[in-house]
Design a protein around this ligand. Structure first.
Ligand code: NAD
Length: 261
C-alpha cells in the first residue's frame, strides 16, 4: 500500500511533546513530512525524544503557563523554519480528587495556568504569526472530561478541560475570519505518565502502567481495546492537515463511545 504523506514541509509546535500523546504525535507528524518543535518543561525527555525521532524534530524548553516562554517558542519556529503552520496545545496536568468544599485554590491556579491559560497563550502567539499569512491550524487537547463529569473525574481538571471546547469555538470564530482553523481533541483514558504520576502524587497507593491499562480495559466500550497515544496522534494528524480543511470549532471525542453510555 502506498503511504500518503500529508504534512510535507509543514512546521508544527507540539506542547507537552515529550509526553505520551505529544511524542506519538511528533513521531507521526514527522513521518508525514512535518518539521516539529517539541515544547515541554521536561528538557531531558524532550531532548531524548527529539533525537530519537530524527533530524526533523527539535526540542525547545517551554512552560506553557509563562507568556515569555510561549512567545519565545513561536519565535524559535520562525527563526529556524521561517513560518508556523500548526500549533498543537497538548500540555496538561492532572489535579487531585477534590470536593468543592475543600478546593485548594493554589492547586486550582497552578492547574488552570497550564490547562487553560497555557492554551490561551498558545492561541495568542500562534495567531500573531499565522494571521498575517492567513494560514494555520491550531489544535487543543481536551479530554473526555471536557464533556462529562462525575465518577472519578478530578474537579479542577474537569473544570479546566470543560473550558476547552468553548474556547476552541470562540477561537475558531474569531480566527476563522483570518483563514485559520481551531479544533480540539478529547482522548479517553490512556496509560501515560500523567496517570501514573497522578497516583503517585495524589492517590493513596502507587500504581503501575499495567494496572492502569487493565482498569481502562474494564471500562472500554470496544471489546479488547483501550485508547492509545497513536489513536490520538492519528486524530491530531487529520485535524491538523488539509484533510480536515472545512472542519473548525469542533471537539473530536476519541473514546469508542464511552461518553455516550
Ligand atoms: P504525559 O504526562 O505523558 O504528557 C504531558 C506532557 O506535558 C509531559 O511531557 C509534561 O512534561 C508536559 N507538561 C506539563 N506541564 C507543562 C507545562 N507547564 N509546559 C509545557 N509542558 C508541560 O500525559 P499525556 O497523557 O500525554 O497528556 C497529554 C494531554 O492529554 C494533556 O493535556 C492531558 O490532560 C490530555 N489527556 C490525557 C488523557 C490520558 O488518559 N492520558 C486523557 C485525556 C486527556
Amino acid at each position: 500500500m502506498k503511504f500518503c504523506v500529508i504534512l510535507e514541509g509543514k512546521v508544527a509546535i507540539i506542547t507537552g511533546g515529550a509526553g505520551g500523546i505529544g511524542s506519538a504525535t511528533a513521531r507521526l507528524f514527522a513521518a508525514h513530512g512535518a518539521y516539529v518543535i517539541i515544547a515541554d518543561v521536561d528538557d531531558k525527555t524532550g531532548e531524548r525524544v527529539a533525537l530519537q525521532i530524527g533530524r526533523r524534530v527539535l526540542f525547545k524548553h517551554c512552560d506553557v503557563a509563562q507568556e515569555a516562554n510561549v512567545a519565545a517558542t513561536v519565535d524559535f519556529a520562525i527563526e529556524r523554519f521561517g513560518k508556523l503552520d500548526i500549533l498543537y496545545n497538548n500540555a496538561g496536568i492532572a489535579s487531585p480528587l477534590d470536593t468543592f468544599q475543600n478546593l485548594d485554590m493554589d492547586i486550582y491556579d497552578r492547574c488552570t495556568a497550564v490547562n487553560v491559560r497555557g492554551v490561551v497563550l498558545g492561541i495568542k502567539h500562534a495567531a500573531r504569526v499565522m494571521v498575517p499569512r492567513r494560514q494555520g491550524t491550531i489544535l487543543n487537547t481536551a479530554s473526555i472530561a471536557s464533556v462529562v463529569t462525575g465518577g472519578t473525574m478530578k474537579l479542577i481538571y474537569n473544570m479546566n478541560k470543560m473550558n476547552l471546547p468553548g474556547l476552541t469555538k470562540i477561537a475558531a470564530y474569531h480566527l476563522g475570519k483570518h483563514g485559520l482553523r481551531v479544533n480540539c481533541i478529547s482522548p479517553a483514558g490512556i496509560p501515560t505518565q500523567m496517570i501514573v504520576a497522578w497516583h503517585k502524587q495524589f492517590a493513596l497507593e502507587a500504581i503501575d502502567m499495567d494496572t492502569v491499562e487493565a482498569a481502562f480495559l474494564r471500562c472500554s466500550p470496544l471489546d479488547g481495546k483501550t485508547c492509545t497515544t497513536e489513536d490520538i496522534a492519528r486524530g491530531a494528524l487529520f485535524l491538523c492537515s488539509d484533510d480536515s480543511g472545512y472542519v473548525s470549532g469542533q471537539n473530536l471525542i476519541v473514546d469508542a463511545g464511552y461518553t455516550n453510555i
